[in-house]
Design a protein around this ligand. Structure first.
Ligand SMILES: Cc1ncc(COP(=O)(O)O)c(C=O)c1O
Length: 499
């Protein structure tokens, strides 16, 4: 025997299989500490030789141990004892599942996004973290009328299966806007998706593989960041200023890396509200064409504009390199789950295949409703009518910050969108501030959830779309109290004598 566990005493003609006997032998040794966390187990061939079994049985033993949560296997490295050994539990105790599932730690972005959905529904918490459309603006009467029309006139199509690209009438309507605004020229370029988030996910999966380099504006939208982190790509953050993404900084990254994809929002950026300047847009389009990288242009807030002229989409300047993403979520309602990608060439075919593999197609019913409503011009009338509502809330949030936090922060008034990017003049531990704020009954999006790199500054995204002016004021008042309380506590802990 050369291995530290004696594996020679197997009952070759007993009732218990050789696999089970070896699984028992290893699990007992791991639970007893004979085999320590992180310890490498012998390769399957060595185990087979040691125990006098065939190689497939050895592989089966390790697979079973991994399912039970005792070991973890990494291709090319081997099989190792896990640090958390499963406690023997009664049936009905599902704790073993997290040990048996593949390692996939939830990202900070995903934690925050899930908090954000949860906290938006909590009556005692004012959520400055939530950039949803306000239900007060939902076009319920019109959509109910259009829905009745859909059931009367398109009922069969609306309940049937369809192609991955989406309902032709909706693709036509989207392309008509694309021709006017510059993001598409033909319905064939449009794939309807389940919201902008799925559009981002499909584009990332179509274009990026593990270890590819992605240049991503920072700060950005947490959903894009979560999706890119899950892709296994190497992310490089590019700063954003009043002119949008800093293209000089991107050029420096391009000089040192083979960038596969660049991700940015070109209009009414979440969270800063900035537009990409025309000069930067032209340069960025030129760079993509010269160096052949893809661009994911996210325009979901482009129609929520309070000031400034609409900016031409980047896709207009480089239609073969830019995949343009948009949705109806930020102007009509996220519940519709209507979004789209506009692109052309083989990358569009890949997006269509991924869409098919993911969910076949986006719900036909809502696509038909959206198509009819867009055809009537309802969408444009609705957007125009709701802008004053959101502008009023933006101004109320700016005023509340001045009222409760004057001299303690920097923020510029966003030209559009649902958010304000706020940086504190004196830094605080951002995660501690987040917990303190929730304790005080207010939530915000911490800067770390929307930035690529670690930053020493304390920033946060405050959203104004869902709350009324009085709630915005109360939310900022609570936030100011949380900030002061945390400062007071950190002063006290610094002053406390070391024992
Ligand atoms: C910049 C940005 N892009 C995409 C999305 C996702 O939009 P949707 O709700 O249509 O999935 C959001 C949602 O907040 C967003 O802020």
């Amino acid at each position: 025997m050369s291995y530290k566990l004696d594996l020679s005493q197997l009952q070759r003609d007993g009732d218990t299989s050789l696999t089970q006997q070896l699984v028992d032998r290893f699990s007992v040794a791991i639970e007893a500490g004979e085999l320590e966390p992180g310890e490498k187990l012998p390769p399957t061939r060595a185990l087979a030789a040691e125990a006098g079994i065939n190689h497939l049985t050895a592989a089966r033993v390790y697979r079973r141990l991994a399912e039970l949560g005792y070991v973890t296997a990494t291709v090319g490295r081997g099989t190792f004892v896990r640090s958390l050994v499963p406690a023997a539990g009664a049936d009905g105790d599902d704790g073993w599942q997290s040990l048996a599932l593949p390692d996939s730690p939830i990202s900070y972005q995903s934690e925050i996004i899930s908090d954000l959905f949860r906290l938006a529904a909590e009556p005692d918490v004012i959520s400055l973290a939530t950039g949803f459309v306000s239900p007060k603006t939902y076009p319920l009467a019109e959509l109910s009328e259009v829905s009745a029309e859909v059931f009367e006139q398109d009922g069969e199509a609306a309940l049937g299966y369809l192609t991955a690209e989406g309902v032709p009438a909706l693709r036509e309507q989207i392309a008509a806007r694309g021709r006017k605004l510059g993001f598409a020229s033909d319905p064939e370029e449009i794939i309807v998706t389940s919201g902008g988030q799925q559009a981002i996910d499909l584009v990332v999966r179509a274009v990026v593989g593990p270890d590819d380099v992605v240049a991503l504006e920072s700060p950005t939208f947490a959903g894009a960041l979560a999706c890119l982190r899950a892709s296994g790509a190497r992310l490089v953050g590019i700063p954003v200023d009043a002119q949008g993404m800093d293209v000089d900084a991107l050029e420096q990254v391009l000089a040192r890396n083979e960038v596969k994809l660049c991700v940015l929002q070109t209009a009414c950026h979440n969270p800063t509200g900035a537009d990409l300047s025309p000069e930067r847009r032209e340069r960025l389009a030129r760079l993509a064409v010269e160096r052949n990288f893809f661009i994911l242009e996210d325009g979901v807030y482009s129609n929520v504009r309070f000031e400034g002229k609409p900016v031409s989409p980047l896709r207009q300047a480089a239609p073969g390199h830019v995949l343009y993403v948009n949705s109806l979520s930020k102007t009509v309602g996220g519940g519709l789950r209507i979004g789209w990608v506009a692109a052309r060439g083989p990358v569009l075919d890949r997006v269509a295949t991924l869409k098919l593999e993911t969910d076949f197609f986006t719900a036909a019913l809502t696509q038909h409703i959206a198509a009819r409503w867009l055809a009537r011009g309802g969408y444009e009338r609705h957007v125009e009518a709701t802008l004053p509502f959101y502008r009023e809330r933006r101004d109320a949030l700016m005023e509340a910050l001045e009222r409760h936090l004057a001299g303690e922060y920097r923020a510029s008034s966003p030209r559009g969108g649902h958010h304000l990017w706020v940086t504190l003049n004196r830094s605080l531990d951002e995660r501690a501030l987040y917990s303190e704020a929730v304790r005080h009954g207010v939530a915000f999006t911490p800067g770390a959830a929307v930035t690529v790199e670690r930053r020493s500054q304390t920033s946060m995204r405050l959203s104004f779309s869902l709350l009324d002016p009085e709630e915005l004021d109360e939310g900022v008042r609570r936030l100011a109290r949380a900030i002061r309380e945390l400062r007071r506590r950190s002063r006290l802990s610094r002053a406390a004598p070391v024992s």
